[in-house]
Design a protein around this ligand. Structure first.
Ligand code: IMP
Ligand code: MG
Length: 171
């Protein structure tokens, strides 16, 4: 299998810096609860956090969607929840990619019910052409075409998460 680069390391780093600057500006002087969605978001979240200079707390949740192969089914289950009470807090959700939007609809619905002061979404990638439900992305890295991507946290059958770039597999 031949791996091709879609977004290289330097481009990712520069965009992550821009997003972090925006977040630092938007939440200046405030506390921010950063919630990563496992597993795909771990690398983007780690790079983003290193550039955030706010008072933060870090948590993870895990959302799994039950579908076939690379397609989501729309049935999303939260299989690991955060440990923190987020009522009255600024919450930043961090996700790897918004595809159909089903996962984020579920996660935003769940956290939204807990009365956070603000609930914002940062996503490294978005595939707008695949959207099934509307999702507002407050801090978006890159829009990409309808191509199955790997690396920088994203997997294909649990492989390739460690690649430092966003790539795709040429058939
Ligand atoms: P959604 O619920 O369809 O928006 O799917 C979001 C989840 O599907 C992401 O968090 C990823 O885990 C996974 N996903 C969607 N597209 C890709 C891709 O191109 N590569 C790897 N994982 C993907
Ligand atoms: Mg994911």
């Amino acid at each position: 299998m031949n791996k091709k680069v879609l977004i290289d390391e330097k481009t990712l780093d520069e965009r992550v810096s821009e997003l972090a600057e925006e977040i630092n500006r938007d939440f200046a002087g405030e506390k921010l609860i950063v919630v990563g969605v496992l597993k795909g978001a771990f690398m983007f979240m780690s790079d983003l956090l290193k550039k955030i200079n706010l008072d933060t707390e870090v948590y993870f949740l895990k959302a799994e969607s039950y579908g076939r192969g690379t397609e989501t089914s729309g049935t999303v289950k939260i299989t690991k929840d955060i440990e923190a009470d987020i009522a009255g807090e600024n919450v930043l959700l961090v996700e790897d990619i918004i595809d159909s939007g089903f996962t984020m609809r579920e996660v935003i619905g769940l956290l939204g019910q807990r009365n956070p002061k603000t609930l914002k979404l940062a996503s490294c990638l978005s595939k707008p052409s695949r959207r099934e439900c509307e999702i507002d992305i407050d801090y978006l890295g890159f829009e990409i075409p309808d191509e199955f991507v790997i690396g920088y946290g994203l997997d294909y059958a649990e492989k390739y998460r460690n690649l430092p770039y966003i790539g795709y597999i040429e058939q």
